[in-house]
Design a protein. Structure first.
Length: 558
């Protein structure tokens, strides 16, 4: 049933019946009535729309540019070699675009908190909404404390744990994340806006520095050019597997690293109910943010491959330290005798880790709120504070930050690397589900004779081919993510669980809910697409105001 109530013209989303102008109650379970000007979504009554276009653009950037680029690219380089890591990040970027345009098209039509969790309810099966919703909450419940711990480790770059316990930083940073999440959504947007600008400035600076070093602009080092692509070579012989197969395995492994680095790019739609003019701003973010992230990642990784050899002892010996010394940019700067870069990188990566924790809190709490809205979680999770924030959801997710104290034990690095593997697998599962739900949505449009280009608020390009390619590719990467454990003599139980635990979890949640609730897959003719099209037509968004004066700088994020 499609939730709606009476409200004002600029509001959007909500419960089971509509009150018509004559006072009669229209049951939405059996019909799709003609919408009047006052019938709108209920969520806007509770969640405040405080995010603007620049916030949505920068939230997407802040959620994707982080430790995966600044630190993780070094591990990928050591595994796949310069050409392998470059191709891995490039191809993954193209594949992620299929996910982004798919979620953006559905969210432009149905701007609900929780995005794919809510859309799966209407365009696939309520059981899938339940399964992916709790899968998302679970993944962020272990991902947020991991980011908090990472931030604490980065602080130890300046203040050793022998002087101040890591528990202090975990407590302080955890409380800050919770406090920030309880404030008006615009506060979060402004913080992410600032963090994203810092990351972009750092990336641009590191790219310029890298090109100067590579082209011989530093007196302490000769011109490098493409030397490291030839020596030690374009690919790495992975896991001591001989011949071309070993080099291909190294290249294939970079896909998992790149997928984790790009995780969060679909987050542009998670706060749709709190975004102003979502039918215009979400598609705009999808069209432009992907190109920018692709440029930042691919160009940055390309520069890294020119500066650091894949067999560098510094690169291999620093894996697992978790601070700026692990960054290939820092290794390159150290080799060139530039001493201040490690401190700058560590400072910005620190904000990146905290930003990722904030982003995870936003996604998980809005997902939990969306689950409660659909009846898949307790109703008390719908309570909001005066800022329009679902504070009960924030407190419930915030409790799991206490998992960060596990790092105080001797096996902390092992425990949290395992958690990161679980999160990475959950991301691949979510991308596959987004593509799967979109394909059902696409073919329902065809069955109902809906012209996507003229009737929907926005129609993504290259569909359904982009969704099909992304679904099949990420499905293959998901199934082969733990292939090294099947090589003779390399079995690792923890690695196997980290790579494949999410598969029985998502299927267990889906079929378990389906068995208990007796849900059915929504038929192509039954999907309420025309209903939401009418809502969009009856509630047009405000016209975009022309930029004047210093506001013209908005082209940087618009």
């Amino acid at each position: 049933m499609i939730p709606l109530i009476q409200g004002t013209r600029d509001q959007e989303i909500g419960v089971e019946k509509i009150e018509a102008h004559d006072g009669t109650q229209l049951d939405m379970s059996n019909s799709l009535p003609t919408l009047g000007e006052e019938e709108v979504f209920e969520e806007k009554k509770d969640l405040k729309r405080g995010l603007e276009q620049r916030h949505i653009q920068m939230i997407a950037l802040a959620g994707t540019i982080g430790t995966g680029l600044f630190l993780g690219s070094g591990r990928a380089l050591a595994t796949g070699g310069p050409v392998g890591v470059f191709l891995g990040y490039l191809l993954t970027g193209f594949l992620v675009s299929g996910v982004v345009i798919s979620i953006a098209e559905m969210s432009a039509l149905v701007p609900l908190s929780g995005s794919i969790i809510r859309q799966a309810e209407y365009f696939f099966d309520p059981a899938l909404s339940f399964a992916q919703g709790w899968n998302t909450v679970y993944s962020y419940s272990v991902g947020i404390p991991a980011e908090i711990v990472a931030a604490g480790v980065l602080i130890e770059f300046w203040v050793p744990s022998s002087e101040v316990s890591s528990a202090v930083w975990i407590t302080v940073l955890g409380l800050l994340v919770i406090a920030t999440s309880l404030m008006f959504i615009r506060v979060y947007g402004e913080m992410e806006f600032g963090f994203a600008i810092l990351k972009i400035l750092l990336i641009v600076g590191l790219i310029i520095m890298g090109l100067c070093i590579d082209l011989g602009g530093v007196s302490s080092q000769p011109r490098l050019g493409f030397h490291y692509w030839r020596d030690p070579g374009p690919f790495v012989q992975y896991l001591s597997i001989p011949g071309p197969l070993g080099r291909f395995c190294g290249f294939w492994t970079t896909f998992s690293n790149a997928a984790f680095a790009y995780s969060g790019v679909e987050g542009i739609a998670n706060a749709a109910a709190e975004t102003r003019n979502p039918r215009r701003n979400i598609p705009r973010a999808a069209k432009r943010i992907f190109l920018r992230v692709l440029i930042f990642y691919v160009l940055s990784v390309f520069v890294v491959t020119l500066l650091v050899p894949s067999n560098s002892e510094d690169l291999l010996s620093t894996q697992g330290k978790g601070n700026a010394a692990q960054s290939p940019f820092v290794i390159a700067a150290s080799l060139a005798g530039i001493k201040v870069v490690p401190h700058i990188v560590n400072a910005v990566v620190l904000t990146s880790a905290w930003s990722a924790a904030n982003s995870g809190m936003l996604t998980s709490t809005r997902t939990l709120y969306g689950l409660a809205r659909e009846g898949h979680a307790p109703r008390f999770l719908l309570w909001t504070n005066r800022f329009g924030i679902p504070y009960v959801c924030v407190l419930c997710v915030g409790v799991f930050i206490a998992l960060g104290y596990m790092t105080l034990s001797n096996n902390a690095s092992v425990v949290f690397s395992w958690f990161q593997d679980l999160v990475s697998t959950a991301v691949l599962v979510q991308w596959c589900i987004i593509c799967l739900v979109y394909l059902r949505f696409y073919y329902a449009c065809q069955r109902q004779n809906i012209n996507r280009y003229t009737e929907l608020p926005w129609a993504g390009p290259f569909q359904p081919y982009a969704a099909w390619v992304s679904l099949l590719s990420f499905g293959t990467i998901l199934l082969t993510a733990g292939y090294p454990v099947f090589i003779k003599g390399d079995w690792d139980t923890e690695e196997f669980i980290g790579a494949y635990f999410n598969l029985p979890l998502i299927f267990g949640l889906y079929f378990g809910y389906k068995w208990v609730k007796r849900t059915k897959v929504v038929g192509l003719e039954e999907m309420p697409i025309k209903y939401y099209v009418e809502i969009a037509k009856e509630n047009p968004e405000e016209e975009e105001r022309p930029m004047k004066g210093w506001r013209r700088l908005a082209f940087l994020w618009s």
